[in-house]
Design a protein around this ligand. Structure first.
Ligand code: FEO
Length: 387
């Protein structure tokens, strides 16, 4: 449980959540960290806190550097409980510490913890002198909650970015160059797709602000600190925030007796013939948060369900609810499925894809078990649509 010095006098003092496997439904198979940073200056400053059950771990790390009772300033870039959960413990150690947060943060913290501490609201453009160093604040509402802000230290060229640029990775490594690059980018992509995706416009604004800053380190509130790979993650964030897609299709489905699966395979083969990067994703074997990682850059989102009790399968319903909430833009949607008599499922799927704002392709359906001739007909029809 060591504190780690990122730059001289600036330490990572967060908590590592090795066992975390679900972040409100997002499968976090690599665990996570809640990052907290300590700046040793004339005013000793703590940036962000950790989940409540890692408060002791955070305090142990701080204690390796200074007596936690000496903290002067606490910067709460975001009030969600994964970053503010240990704040009550911290305040018990330093009841007079000044707590800086955005106006929405200052309003929200007492509603979480029922206490009026020594709060100081800060807005975009406000600066806080720590001694040799300064912190400049930029509000970044909705990346990820209305209260979010980021803090920039120009003397050190460090951006404390909170939820932006995070990844759910538990590791004893803290800096990007010491961690496998492919896994780091995959987890950054998964994090964006499952947390940040609805807020593309706000991310674009935050990126425009960041473009004017000299940045040597991006210190997010989850996962690894960016240092060597800042250009790569900035470039990916720009693409993701712009909802740029690739020549990629996803065929996402569940099946009762294999008929919807046959249609899924037929659709998949058409995309293969057209040289798409195409994936068959059975909802029984793929977690919806892993599917969202692929959705982030997919042009075609094809969703299939057989009809069950005049409705769709619960697995498909859960995926569609999740997809609609995360609101990817500039996509094309296709509903498909098999049915016995009613056939309502295909229309229900299509309606949700419409509600997502997708451009809709003609639906594909087959009664009972599609034979080879029917599958060929489905393929021919789809090929014509896609050409
Ligand atoms: Fe990692 Fe919005 O909290």
């Amino acid at each position: 449980m060591k504190a780690i010095e990122i730059k001289k006098g600036i330490y990572w003092v967060g908590g590592i959540d090795w066992d975390l496997r679900s972040f409100h439904g997002y499968l976090t198979q690599r665990g996570s960290t809640y990052n907290s940073y300590l700046i040793i200056d004339e005013k000793i400053t703590l940036i962000d806190n950790v989940k409540y059950y890692l408060a002791d771990e955070q305090l142990q790390r701080i204690s390796q550097i200074i007596d936690p009772g000496k903290i002067d300033y606490i910067i709460q870039n975001h009030i969600e409980m994964d970053h503010s959960g240990s704040l009550p413990t911290m305040i018990r150690k330093v009841p007079n510490a000044k707590v800086f947060a955005s106006p929405q943060g200052v309003e929200g913290l007492p509603k979480h913890y029922g206490e009026e501490w020594n709060f100081h609201p800060v807005k975009t453009g406000d600066e806080l002198k720590l001694g040799k160093r300064t912190l400049k604040f930029v509000q970044t509402p909705m990346v990820h909650w209305p209260d979010n802000m980021i803090s920039y230290c120009p003397e050190e060229k460090i951006l404390f970015s909170n939820d932006s640029f995070g990844q759910h990775i538990a590791s004893s490594q803290r800096i990007d160059q010491n961690y496998p690059f492919n896994i780091l980018m995959e987890e950054a992509q998964k994090y964006y797709a499952n947390i940040v995706l609805p807020y593309g416009r706000q991310v674009q604004k935050a990126l425009a602000t960041a473009a004017d800053l000299e940045i040597e380190y991006i210190c997010p509130s989850h996962g690894l600190v960016w240092h060597e790979h800042i250009p790569e993650i900035m470039a990916e964030y720009k693409k993701w925030a712009n909802n740029e897609t690739e020549k990629k299709s996803l065929i996402i489905y569940d099946s009762m007796w294999g008929s919807t699966q046959k249609i899924a395979e037929a659709i998949h083969s058409v995309f293969e013939d057209l040289n798409y990067n195409t994936s068959l994703l059975n909802l029984r074997t793929n977690h919806i948060s892993d599917i969202m990682t692929k959705v982030l850059t997919a042009e075609y989102i094809c969703v299939g369900s057989p009809t069950l009790n005049s409705n769709i399968l619960p697995t498909v319903a859960a995926f569609l609810t999740y997809l609609k909430g995360l609101a990817p833009k500039n996509r094309k949607g296709l509903a498909f499925g098999s049915y016995g008599w009613g056939g309502q499922s295909i229309g229900i799927v299509e309606k949700t894809l419409q509600e997502c704002g997708f451009e809709i392709l003609p639906q594909i359906k087959a009664q009972y078990v599609p034979n080879e001739a029917k599958l060929e007909e489905i393929k021919d029809k789809l090929k014509k649509e896609l050409k």
